[in-house]
Design a protein around this ligand. Structure first.
Ligand code: TYD
Ligand code: MG
Length: 439
């Protein structure tokens, strides 16, 4: 059998290009260990559900609200968590930082960094708990032997990409090694009451296809989302056996470690734009159940030659084409000979319709040279018929906008049932939106 080094897709014959991820020359031969065929089985004891003690419910609440929120309010003891993404994003910092966030016995296993480096990092993080032990080792058998006689609650393995087993061929990080190491760790985990946090490096384009096999073995898969130019780190759960997936934890990278972003509401807007800046408009989006105010910036300029340019960052480019088409057809704001650039500031990505009206507003504002006041927020979807449509959880968005101090809340013409007295401005269609901005 052959396995793709890039995405771990299995294939029966060798091909120059992986049929799944399209990577070239990535297929390597993989020999599964021969299993003896046997028809006899062993009779096992059944366990009555009612006899199972509630110990499997034990949870650890961390000092980080963000982490608690992401994990379903706690780390479940006896779980395996995979923490993954590119080098340099902060996995080791978070792994070590955990020792400050929970009051448990922790073993931190590392090989990439030597003892002195880890100790100096721990000093920076102000960690001096008696409950933390360090092991610098990369041999799986040595690690497991050491862990057997330890009484730790949590083991952080930093990272699985550098650990090798005597029982697998290939170098550290190769498929055969990672498979063997992961399986043995899971066997160990099943026989103990330990929480294991496995750190795994992926490359920029590797997404999470790489550790698919690992994904199946673990309870929770967490990965960081980031932009190199921003200090914000978003930790997402891709799989969570004990909580909901799609949750996020928001952290800010400081000089030392990752700090919770407690009030993310206004964290992602630009501090440079003000009431006099045309082309900027605010909206409120929901990241799972978290409301974030996002800022859309647009620039429209006359096309000097050739086709007009369309460029987006943070929103899918077909959305821009659609909004421009609707603008032209129903409001006569014609941008046929204008280049149009649309960004969401601070490198946030939003792919939901609730910010459509705000995108439209920022484009109109740039084209007309009419700034929009910063106390204004737009919530609503633009339909193909030029109408402004309702969007999901509109009440929740309005409430959040009020809490954050917005006074002009512009929404579609829908019935809103709110206990609070809120001044809402209702807009039926794109033409009314243009008129509102042109005022
Ligand atoms: P590190 O945790 O080593 O990343 P990874 O294990 O994913 O490769 O972090 C990378 C570098 O960034 C390291 O030099 C420490 C630094 N760093 C900070 O200064 N502040 C922070 O909040 C974080 C997370 C990292
Ligand atoms: Mg690291």
């Amino acid at each position: 059998m052959y396995i793709c080094n890039n995405c771990w897709n299995e294939s029966l014959k060798w091909t120059g290009q992986c049929s799944f991820c399209k990577e070239w020359s990535s297929l390597v031969e993989f020999k599964e260990s021969k299993v003896k065929w046997s028809s006899s089985g062993e009779k096992k004891q059944l366990t009555k559900m009612s006899d199972v003690s509630s110990q499997s419910e034990e949870k650890i609440t961390t000092l980080s609200q963000e982490l608690n929120n992401l994990l379903g309010w706690w780390i479940t003891l006896w779980s395996i968590i995979l923490l993954s993404w590119e080098p340099g994003i902060g996995k080791s910092t978070l792994g070590l930082q955990l020792t400050k966030l929970v009051d448990k016995n922790i073993i931190y296993i590392s090989w990439e960094e030597n003892e002195n480096q880890i100790i100096s990092r721990a000093k920076r993080l102000n960690i001096h708990s008696e409950k933390i032990s360090l092991l610098c080792e990369n041999n799986l058998e040595n690690i497991l032997k050491t862990l057997e006689s330890s009484t730790s609650d949590i083991v952080v393995l930093d990272s699985i990409s550098v650990i090798t087993s005597n029982n697998a061929s290939g170098s550290a990080g190769s498929i055969s090694q990672v498979k063997e190491v992961a399986e043995k760790i899971v066997d160990f985990w099943k026989s103990t009451n330990t929480t294991i946090i496995i750190i795994w490096h992926v490359t920029k384009d590797g997404n999470l296809a790489g550790p698919k096999t690992l994904e199946h073995l673990v309870d929770t898969v967490l990965f960081f989302e980031w932009e190199r130019y921003e200090e914000v780190r978003i930790l997402r759960s891709l799989k969570n056996r004990f909580g909901s997936t799609g949750e996020i934890a928001l952290f800010k990278m400081t000089e030392v470690w990752l700090e919770d972003i407690k009030n993310p509401g206004l964290e992602f807007i630009s501090s440079e734009n003000d009431d006099t800046t045309p082309g900027s408009s605010l909206s409120i989006t929901l990241e799972w159940n978290r409301a974030l105010v996002v800022e859309i910036e647009s620039l429209t300029t006359y096309t000097k030659f050739g086709y007009p340019k369309r460029s987006t960052r943070g929103i899918p480019s077909p959305k821009l084409d659609l909004i421009l088409a609707v603008l032209w057809k129903y409001s006569k704001v014609n941008l046929d000979s204008y280049d149009v650039y649309v960004n969401i500031v601070r490198w946030i990505k939003v792919d939901e319709p609730g910010i459509d009206m705000s995108i439209g507003a920022s484009i109109i504002s740039s084209k007309l040279g009419k700034p929009i006041k910063r106390n204004t927020i737009f919530i609503g979807e633009i339909s193909l018929t030029g109408r402004i449509k309702n969007c999901f959880w509109i009440e929740k968005r309005i409430k959040e906008a009020v809490k954050l101090g917005f006074e002009n809340i512009i929404i579609p013409d829908v019935d809103i049932k709110l206990k609070e007295k809120v001044h809402l401005i209702k807009i039926k269609n794109i033409w009314e939106l243009v008129e509102k901005i042109a005022l």
